[in-house]
Write a protein that binds this ligand. Sequence first.
Ligand code: SF4
Ligand code: SF4
Length: 80
Amino acid sequence: MSEDKKTQIFIKKEWCKSCGICFAFCPKEVLQPDELGKAVVVHPDKCIGCKICELHCPDFVITVEKEENNENGQEKASSR
Ligand code: SF4
Ligand code: SF4
């Protein structure tokens, strides 16, 4: 149980209303607004998986998942 699990951040951009809560709360400045003020992940490597963004987004735009690295470094494909 180490902390070196990767986190993946999924953003349903079409639901984002540019309220800015996630940028304000993220302790690691992982999330930044794009030119429309919608959330984008700019520093995925800095994410500590605290889920503050997920918990505070009023529109359930953000999902944070921790992901285990398997030995060949493959990440599970979770596109939808
Ligand atoms: S889980 Fe925490 S560190 Fe990662 S993007 Fe959300 S608020 Fe930032
Ligand atoms: S908190 Fe949610 S709705 Fe608000 S800017 Fe962030 S992703 Fe968009």
